[in-house]
Design a protein around this ligand. Structure first.
Ligand code: DC
Length: 233
C-alpha cells in the first residue's frame, strides 16, 4: 500500500494556506485540518462566555474551561470541504468574523491553549494522510512531517485576497481594516514567546504572490510525487 504522508503548511496570515492545503488534500484524498480554525473556535467560545474583558483574556477561566471545549471537523459533501464545529455547533462562518480575527492572536498566546490544541492536532496526525496548515505545524506539531512548506506573499496581495473572500461570504469589511489586521497578526505570530511563526529549517518556501492555485498545485504535486517515489525505491 502506498505510504500516506503528513504534509505541514505554515506561513503568514491570509497567504492562501487553507486554499492550497485543501486542494492538496482533495487531490490526494487526504484529510485536511485547518489548525487556525481550532484557535478561532476557542476564541469564539471565549467571546461568547465574556472571557475577553476589554480585549484582555481571563486566562484562568479559559484554562478551567479547556476540557469543555470540543472542536471537530466534519466533511460537508455539498460544499466539498470540512467545517468547524464547536461543541457540536457549526461555527464555520462565525469564526471567520473580524471580531474573532482581532482576538485570536491573544488567545493563541496562552500556553495551555496551545498545549491542548497541539495534543488534539497530534491525535489527528496518527491517521496519516493529512494536510495540516497553521503557524507551528512543521516546527512544533509535526517536526518529522514528510513535507513542510512555508508560505508567504506580499501584504497587499494577502489583504485583497482575504477581503474578496470575506465579501464573497457576505461578511461586510473594509479593505484597510483587513490589511491592518493581517499586519498585526503577523507581528503577534512572529513575536509571541511560545511557538512563534518560524520557517522550519527543512521547509520549502513558497511565495505565491504571483501564482495561481493551479500553478501552486503543479509545483507541489511534482514534489509530492518525488517523495512518494523515493519511498517506493
Ligand atoms: O490561519 P488563521 O489565520 O485562520 O489562524 C488564526 C490565528 O490562529 C492566527 O492569527 C494565529 C493562530 N494560529 C496559531 O497560533 N497556530 C496555528 N497553528 C494556527 C493558527
Amino acid at each position: 500500500m502506498d505510504r500516506r504522508l503528513i504534509i505541514a503548511i505554515d506561513g503568514y496570515a491570509s497567504c492562501g494556506k487553507s486554499t492550497f492545503a485543501r486542494a492538496i488534500a482533495s487531490e490526494l484524498n487526504y484529510i485536511y485540518i485547518d489548525s487556525g480554525a481550532m484557535y478561532r473556535a476557542v476564541t469564539l467560545y471565549c467571546i461568547r462566555k465574556g472571557y475577553l474583558v476589554g480585549g484582555e483574556p481571563r486566562t484562568e477561566r479559559i484554562i478551567e474551561d479547556l476540557a469543555e471545549i470540543h472542536i471537530s471537523f466534519i466533511y460537508n459533501s455539498d460544499i466539498g470541504s470540512y467545517e468547524t464545529f464547536l461543541n457540536s455547533e457549526n461555527v464555520e462562518r462565525e469564526i471567520r468574523s473580524i471580531e474573532v480575527s482581532s482576538f485570536v492572536s491573544r488567545i493563541s498566546q496562552i500556553h495551555e491553549v496551545r498545549a491542548r490544541m497541539v495534543e488534539l492536532q497530534r491525535q489527528i496526525g496518527v491517521f496519516k494522510g493529512i494536510v495540516m496548515d497553521g503557524r507551528d505545524i512543521g516546527t512544533v506539531v509535526f517536526p518529522d512531517a514528510d513535507l513542510k512548506i512555508f508560505m508567504t506573499a506580499s501584504v497587499d496581495i494577502r489583504a485583497k485576497r482575504r477581503f474578496d473572500e470575506l465579501r464573497g461570504r457576505n461578511i461586510d469589511v473594509d479593505l484597510e481594516e483587513v490589511r491592518m489586521n493581517i499586519i498585526s497578526r503577523d507581528i503577534a505570530d512572529e513575536n509571541r514567546d511560545i511557538s512563534p511563526l518560524r520557517r522550519a529549517d527543512d521547509a520549502i518556501v513558497l511565495d505565491n504572490s504571483r501564482m495561481t492555485v493551479a500553478q501552486q498545485m503543479e509545483w507541489v504535486m511534482k514534489i509530492i510525487s518525488q517523495k512518494l517515489n523515493e519511498n517506493r525505491n
